[in-house]
Design a protein around this ligand. Structure first.
Ligand SMILES: Cc1cc2nc3c(=O)[nH]c(=O)nc-3n(C[C@H](O)[C@H](O)[C@H](O)COP(=O)(O)O)c2cc1C
Length: 362
């Protein structure tokens, strides 16, 4: 493979499909049910167009920002995805090294092939948050959160959109070939026996958790809390009332409830409702620098990417992750220059034309 031919994030996806075993590819690529939301995640960005402003000084473009106080060179961060070992033998270690070169923030999934301690030790100075599900065994969650604190993770990201697993036909069709990378679950291995044969699959989920769970977690740890998987203004307001520090507006990359809207289409209303109380981020379907610009124009403090990082890993390990982040950052920088923005505060809704006629209010 000639890496110089990988010019945009879609090129990485195409190349990853050629390189990955069908089972692993299906796992990474899949969405839920008919994959309506998976498709919509891309389509939605195409309904926003840009209104460039001209004759502005864009000789110096500053993309730097902070997420919950952590400084990053650009508002482009990494969403948690499970099993990086299926894309590259170095798994999450390669990811954190690639992210570190680009000085961005990584959210590590607790369903990782490398343990949270190994990932933290590989790049201690990189800002990292740890993602947990509301596991049924709360003592396991408590222990993982404590380990994350000790290892220097700066926030806990709880996925709140996964009370039951989404159904992914693409995975089921290829289940025979879906050899998950070894049986090594870096962070989880030590709990498997202790919990009488439990494994961190979906039967491991706590389906009874409610907003009280957030209070429970707050009692366990003083780390800031980010809720991942908010899609409504109502839940965003509840999140603010429960004093969480951030929300990640997300439909889990179209892998959970099918037929929910793209996160970008609900973002502005959520920012209007709670943007002055907590930080609002977005993920899902972001593949170009203009997508990043659109998300920031609609009020996101930062954006996150999921699959492109896995595809970068599959193509070229640490170098691939770095390349994916660098390409997206360069595209975003160019989009800022061409719309007349030299700093992030110049980016506003006035840059956008929406051809969105789908989202009537109920
Ligand atoms: C293979 C895969 C595994 C994922 N694992 C997790 C996870 O462990 N926790 C979580 O909150 N979200 C998980 N997600 C969802 C991502 O965090 C993110 O919301 C989504 O991938 C963003 O969309 P994008 O892939 O289009 O960028 C996963 C997504 C994929 C594709």
């Amino acid at each position: 493979m000639d890496a110089s031919q990988l010019l945009c994030l879609d090129d990485f996806e195409e190349q990853a499909q050629k390189l990955l075993p069908i089972g692993m590819w299906s796992y990474y690529r899949s969405g839920a049910d008919n994959e309506e939301t998976l498709r919509e995640n891309r389509e939605a960005y195409r309904r926003y167009w840009l209104k460039p402003r001209i004759l502005r000084d864009v000789s110096v473009i500053d993309m730097s920002t902070s997420v919950l106080g952590e400084k990053v060179d650009a508002p482009i961060c990494i969403s948690p995805t499970a099993f990086h070992g299926g894309a590259h033998p170095d798994g999450e270690i390669a990811t954190v090294k690639g992210a570190a070169v680009m000085n961005t923030l990584m959210i590590l999934s607790s369903i990782s092939n490398k343990s949270l301690e190994e990932v933290a030790a590989a790049r201690p100075n990189l800002p990292k948050w740890l993602n947990v599900y509301p596991w049924r065994h709360r003592d396991v969650t408590r222990d993982i959160v404590k380990r994350a604190e000790r290892a220097g993770f700066k926030a806990i990201v709880i996925s709140v959109d996964i009370s039951t697993p989404g159904s992914r036909r693409r995975v089921m069709r290829n289940v025979r070939q879906a050899a998950m990378p070894g049986k090594v679950l870096g962070t989880f291995d030590r709990y498997i026996n202790k919990t009488a044969g439990s494994s961190p699959d979906f039967s491991f989920q706590e389906t009874t958790s409610t907003w009280q769970y957030i209070q429970w977690l707050r009692d366990v740890s003083k780390l800031p809390i980010v809720l991942k998987g908010i899609l409504t203004v109502e839940d965003a307001i509840l999140a603010a009332e429960h004093n969480v520090q951030g929300i990640l507006v997300s439909n889990h990359g179209g892998r959970q409830l099918d037929c929910v809207p793209a996160a970008i289409d609900v973002l502005a209303d959520i920012v209007d409702a709670v943007g002055d109380k907590l930080e609002v981020y977005v993920d899902g379907g972001i593949r170009t620098g203009t997508d990043v610009l659109k998300a920031l124009a609609l009020g996101a403090k930062a954006i996150f990417i999921g699959r492109p990082v896995l595809y970068g890993l599959a193509c070229n390990g640490e170098e691939g992750v770095k390349a994916v982040l660098r390409i997206l950052r360069e595209e975003f920088k160019r989009a800022m220059a061409l719309t007349g923005c030299s700093q992030l505060s110049d980016i506003s809704r006035s840059l956008l034309i929406s051809t969105n006629d789908r989202l009537s209010k109920f």
